[in-house]
Write a protein that binds this ligand. Structure first.
Ligand code: 1AE
Length: 410
């Protein structure tokens, strides 16, 4: 069989003949019409024709209206679309995404399609390599309250975060180009603070500066940031589109890891009946487009994604994908030290624990916020319950964090 991309959909309908519907999708999104074609033309068009691979109907007895659905798998010949994500997505879910209650659950892309995508330039192992940390989950801190503040304030905030022992610091995704903290000046100020903190902590640190601006200026801005000393980038990938991320990640002059922020994802994945599944949106497609780290909501924090979906995102970032490097999973939003055992239980060691409020909101200050997380990570890796670790000498930061936010049982 020639190379194909297999799309899996969930289609909801109370009465539809799902087999007929699947066929109309397979034909409609490829050759347009089939039965009306003369035989000679059919032979010609065969290689372009979508094929229905399976239709599994779920129709429990006495199901309530709105609950009947089918999972439909359709193979689309690679020959129909160019080797880029816009072409693939428009083929498999362009017009169809607006046609009733249907959700795109997954895409199995062919090896030949993936060969056009270098994927993450660094990936999970590359990021670990840059930091020299291979034996524990990483810790990321998020700038908070940065809009309207100046460089001095930002540098101070960066230094405090760095002193807490974090491995990465990311800009807040809502910090754009502005006169108070312009890109290059921001990078210089923060990297100076990183060097100062490294003297004290002995720890390397990546600063993911928010890459913003019009699409035409992104690569230029990325190079400016790198020339000013940036060693990572944050990118609001969905606001721009996957192809923009792909352009940046495959540019050889942009030789730093890119962290993809999930801003806008909530407009696309949460409905069971519409949109694109979280594992595809924030997992496979982000990885194909070259994100080295991907942020997404967790099942435990302030912005909640159901656990099954969450673990599917993790799998899509880590499982074998035609030789592409794995992207680092970064479950985020409302994370505090009392959640660390749960995060490590579900994600293992290959995870970035990421917090903003859970670091800056620490009752002993920002640096203690980072230290509390590092103490929670060490204790969990050693198999010590946080209730016990919090009272160990030297773990006062963890104790204070737990007094503020408690512990969620693993
Ligand atoms: C899902 C993205 C989370 C994020 O970007 C962010 O800023 C979280 O902040 P906190 O940890 O909830 O304060």
């Amino acid at each position: 069989m020639s190379q194909v991309c297999v799309a899996t959909y969930r289609s909801y309908d109370d009465r539809a003949d799902f087999h007929k519907k699947a066929l109309s999708i397979a034909v409609g999104l490829t050759v347009g019409s089939w039965t009306d074609l003369p035989e000679a033309q059919k032979a010609e068009m065969e290689k372009h024709l979508g094929k229905v691979l399976s239709v599994d109907v779920y129709e429990p007895a006495n199901h309530a209206p709105g609950e009947r659905y089918a999972d439909i798998r359709i193979a689309y010949p690679d020959i129909n679309f160019s080797r880029d994500l816009p072409a693939l997505l428009v083929t498999v879910f362009g017009k169809l995404s607006m046609d009733g209650r249907i959700k795109l659950l997954d895409l199995d892309v062919s090896e030949s399609f993936v060969s056009a995508f270098p994927g993450p330039k660094f990936g999970l192992e590359g990021v670990r390599g840059l930091l020299g940390v291979h034996d524990r989950p990483l810790l990321m801190s998020i700038f908070k309250s940065v809009v309207g503040h100046d460089l001095t304030n930002l540098q101070e905030q960066f230094y405090k975060q760095a002193l807490g022992g974090v491995d990465l610091i990311k800009d807040d995704e809502i910090l754009f180009e502005n006169p108070l903290t312009p890109l290059e000046k921001r990078v210089e100020a923060c990297m100076e603070a990183a060097r100062k903190a490294e003297v004290e902590t002995g720890q390397k640190l990546l600063y993911a500066v928010n890459l913003t601006g019009p699409t035409s200026q992104l690569a230029v801005n990325a190079r400016k940031a790198i020339d000013a000393g940036a060693n990572a980038l944050l990118f609001n990938a969905l606001a721009y589109g996957y192809d923009v991320l792909h352009e940046l990640s495959s540019d050889p002059t942009i030789n730093v890891p890119i962290a993809a922020h999930p801003a806008l994802a909530g407009a696309i994945y949460p409905s069971p009946q519409y949109g694109i599944s979280a594992s595809l949106l924030l997992g496979k497609l982000m990885r194909l487009a070259g994100a080295d780290l991907v942020l997404f909501p967790s099942p435990y924090g302030s912005v909640v994604m159901p656990k099954e979906e969450n673990l599917a995102v993790k799998d899509a970032l880590l499982s074998p994908l035609h030789g592409l490097r794995a992207s680092f999973p970064v479950p985020s939003a409302g994370i505090h030290p009392g959640l660390v055992p749960l995060i490590l239980k579900d994600f293992g060691s290959d995870v970035v624990v990421n917090a903003g409020g859970g670091i800056h909101g620490h009752s002993m200050g920002t640096a203690a916020g980072g230290q509390a997380f590092r103490q929670a990570i060490s204790a969990t890796l050693n198999g010590t319950p946080l209730q016990e670790a919090a009272y160990a000498p030297g773990n006062e930061a963890l104790q204070a964090a737990i007094q503020s936010w408690g512990i969620k049982d693993a």
